[in-house]
Ligand binder design. Structure first.
Ligand code: G4P
Length: 194
């Protein structure tokens, strides 16, 4: 088991509806040394890529993307969720549907912060159905930039997102892939990874 899987076993809580709460260390209270370790781990895994920007989506993606950008020594950009339909031509826009929250958001990134010269590492805390990641990929592609890879803290392996993104040919690295969880026993099963 790696450091994040160990922490999930120790402090993660399995809730009904296949929801894994990690708010004691990842997305409400944040364990800063764990986040630093995540930053170093993604830096190690994507060390062969010429990363110029780390891209994530607000809100909780920001905390994970920050130490990753710091490890690479590059800027971090976060896509903003916007309810407004009046987006001017200065923004890249993607539509992101949340199955969990049953709503749709436009996510936007200013054209000033992403361009054809960029090599982008996309980072997020959770991967479930993959809508957020697909929105971020489409923003990078609208900018004419290159998606070098995607790094996720916790992938829910029993939802379709991971399979869809890998089938599209992207390099996707998840630190922990949860293949099953049981809200009655609290048991969490991780996918074995090299
Ligand atoms: P998707 O982005 O992969 O398509 O997933 P989905 O629509 O199902 O998830 C919507 C939101 O719920 C995302 O956050 C995602 O991170 C979060 N989420 C999904 N499954 C879990 C889970 O098991 N545990 C926790 N803690 N979160 C989960 P978001 O709406 O972008 O929220 P935020 O980043 O603004 O907090």
């Amino acid at each position: 088991m790696n450091f994040l899987e160990e922490r999930i076993i120790k402090d993660g809580i399995v809730k009904p509806g296949n929801v894994l709460k990690v708010d004691a260390f990842l997305n409400h209270q944040m364990d800063i040394s764990l986040l630093d370790e995540i930053g170093h781990e993604f830096h190690r895994r994507f060390a062969d890529c010429p990363i110029t920007k780390v891209l994530t989506i607000e809100a909780s993606g920001i905390a994970i993307a920050y130490p990753v950008a710091s490890a690479f020594g590059v800027p971090m950009v976060f896509a903003k969720k916007s309810k407004s339909i009046n987006i001017d031509g200065e923004m890249y826009v993607a539509e992101v549907e949340s199955f969990t929250h049953k709503n749709k958001n436009q996510v936007v990134v200013s054209k000033r912060f992403l361009g054809p010269e960029d090599h982008v590492l996309i980072i997020d805390d959770f991967l479930a159905n993959g809508c957020a990641l697909q929105g971020l990929i489409s923003i990078v592609e609208s900018a004419g930039a290159t998606v070098e890879g995607l790094g996720i803290a916790v992938e829910k392996g029993f939802q379709i997102g991971g399979r869809v993104i890998r089938n599209l040919g992207y390099r996707l690295e998840s630190l922990a892939i949860v293949d099953a969880m049981d809200d009655e026993t609290g048991e969490i099963t991780f996918r074995k990874q090299d």
